[in-house]
Ligand binder design. Structure first.
Ligand code: 13P
Length: 347
């Protein structure tokens, strides 16, 4: 494919992922993480249970009305629905673009106690080609930045930004839209101002590396944390403050050529994550689309309703659809408590 066609394909996929009123389902929990989530509902984490759970999500009726793309894990992209249809095809038929998590997790960062670096660059070019053959059209790589006493170090910000840019450049070569995810964790007792400072440095470092490594900003999406007080901070910020600080931080760091910003939920409760996204869209217009790429905030209530029981699949799907619809409304700045209640009552 020529350069112009490749650039065109990447930007049209990126734009489709942030189509009005739609966002991304992050269903790419590693085997270790999904085991933790299943433990909370007392379901053993077997390969078949993981398949049945993801099938419940992906076969939700009209999922494509509010979900533009779904991020899968290596095991998941190779699994099939009960009728033998591969999951990427199940999604494609529902109007959902299949994506894939391609980092291989974090390891301690040498010389930087309590900090981590994300791995997965070795052999990445070949793995990306394989994922594209399996139907993936976008990818995700998550870097983790911890706030603490003297943390993050410049070293941590720099090595993680370098790896994110290496990954993003390789994705674009393979015709996969890179979702670039530098997550500043909300763990800790720090105030919102500290999260603002760290997020701003992290994003500045990431965009400097992306430019240096010639990543085309039109053909990527950013997946950041919101600017929010640490979970243990006694002074929690209001929804309006989180929206204002987050938008301010992004306007100072993210070029307008990036088509969309899709937030992670990072441990926020499901309704609060929706409220924050809605509040940000209400203070627009913005140069980029602001939408969601939620894992826990989209799945948590549905997983709790499912409990591993086949008979509970329809009820869990209704709950999942409801959350997706509420976040779709928030992505358009049209969410309200009344809509939350009405839609819940009707479902
Ligand atoms: P959460 O929304 O649960 O933070 O998950 C999103 C994600 O993909 C983290 O990498």
């Amino acid at each position: 494919m020529g350069n112009a066609n490749a650039a065109e394909e990447l930007s049209s996929t990126a734009q489709a992922l942030v189509a009005p009123g739609k966002g991304i389902l992050a269903a790419d929990e590693s085997t270790g993480t999904i085991e933790k989530r299943f433990k909370s509902i007392s379901v053993p984490s077997t390969e078949e249970n993981r398949r049945r759970y993801r099938q419940m999500l992906f076969t939700t009726g009209r999922i494509g009305d509010h979900v533009s793309g779904a991020i899968l894990y290596d095991e998941t992209i190779r699994q099939k629905g009960s009728d033998g249809t591969p999951f990427p095809e199940v999604l494609r038929r529902a109007g959902v673009i299949p994506g894939i998590k391609v980092d291989t997790g974090t390891k301690p960062l040498p010389g930087c106690p309590n900090e981590v670096v994300t791995e997965g660059l070795d052999g990445l070019r070949e793995r990306l080609a394989g994922y594209r053959d399996l139907g993936a059209r976008f990818a995700k790589w998550r870097a983790v930045i911890t706030i603490g006493d003297g943390l993050p170090t410049e070293t941590c910000l720099h090595v993680n930004a370098h790896a994110l840019a290496r990954y993003a450049a390789l994705c674009q070569e393979a015709l996969l839209v890179p979702i670039v995810e530098p997550e500043v964790l909300m763990d800790g007792a720090h105030p919102i101002e500290r999260c603002y400072e760290v997020t701003r440095s992290a994003l500045d470092t990431v965009f400097a590396e992306l430019r240096f490594q010639r990543v085309r900003l039109e053909g990527m999406l950013l997946k950041p944390n919101m600017v929010i007080a640490g979970g243990k901070c006694p002074r929690q910020a209001s929804v309006q403050d989180v929206a204002r600080e987050t938008v301010c931080c992004l306007r100072r760091t993210v070029p307008a050529s990036v088509p969309g910003i899709v937030f992670l939920s990072g441990g926020q409760s499901d309704v609060v994550a929706t409220e924050h996204l809605d509040a940000m869209n209400r203070i627009g217009p913005h140069p980029w689309r602001l939408s969601f790429s939620y894992g826990r905030a989209l799945q948590h209530p549905a997983m709790a309703a499912w409990k591993g029981e086949p008979s509970r699949v329809p009820a869990a799907q209704k709950i999942f659809f409801h959350r997706a619809r509420m976040n779709g409304a928030a992505a358009a700045g049209k969410y309200s408590a009344a809509l939350e209640r009405e839609a819940a009552a009707a479902s």
